[in-house]
Design a protein around this ligand. Sequence first.
Ligand code: 5AD
Ligand code: FES
Length: 344
Amino acid sequence: MKLAEKLIQYHTLTKAEYIELLDECENPEICKRLSDEAVRLRKKYYGDKVYTRGLIEFTNYCKNNCYYCGIRCGNQNARRYRMSREEILDCCENGYGLGFRTFVLQGGEDPFYTDEMVAGIVREIKTKYPDCALTLSIGEKSCESYRLFKEAGADRYLLRHETADEAHYRKLHPENMSLSNRKRCLYDLKKLGYQVGAGFMVGSPGQTNETLAEDLLFLAELQPQMVGIGPFIPHHDTQFAKEKAGSVEQTLFLLSVVRILLPKVLLPATTALGTIDPRGREKGLLAGANVVMPNLSPVKNRKQYDLYDNKICTGEEAAECRGCLARRVGSVGYRLVQERGDAV
Ligand code: 5AD
Ligand code: FES
């Protein structure tokens, strides 16, 4: 309990202390103390509001081959799709009508969409919906590309660092990718004035409390406005098919720790968390999360954006996630709001 109190008081710990704290992630008293404080902080800054982001997964082509991911380029079994500019704009129109005021354009790293095309789509969305925030999540690019997107009107960028530990990074990614370039991207994005989101999977193969401590130290250094944390879930067409998924408890523990480390952070209760536990997203909100990111992509494409097995919200029943989520959010005492939801 000593370290939990220290984290609560100082919002930071040393690497050795983080490791020791993470070793306690199954201690119910410590979990409770941390989640109580996380909820207190999220209420102090965001009240009972939960922000919603309309996620548009516009391409599942990807030039990268991250070993854990179902849409990695080496997966010959993935059925690939790309959405046209018109289809993307249709998603926004539908989403705007449903009450979304942030759109997230997410995709694999797909060279089909040139920088000029992306900038054009961003410009068009921002012109049509000037009261909405636009988030990009399209991977590692040059500083110049990021500048072009920013000038076109993009407000935010999501790029999980995945792991801040060099050796662990190597276990999850092929030779042609590097942690240093990932970090370079995140710092470029910050410098350009984006609201930036980093993050990592919980329970990825080879992860230890030591590598997780590196993740927390990296977040403290980067000071991102958003942090995406979800459990690793094996995908059947990857080398990690037989690995076990990350745990709900450890994910919730980390959500609380990150809320305390970065009290004003925008922290989603992720789809992956909702996938390993039917009430996962609700539990995430109760651990300190304050954002949900339902899918706005056409139902026909949802199953194909197949990062991991058994992803929720991909069937016909999910044509309208927003209503479903509004009920879920309400069930744990929070309120889904129709706002951009910028960092305070
Ligand atoms: N399990 C959980 N999350 C995954 N991601 C990719 N593959 C998996 C998986 N098998 C996450 C990565 C990526 C985000 C878009 O999805 O962290 O950044
Ligand atoms: Fe997508 Fe419930 S949130 S169906």
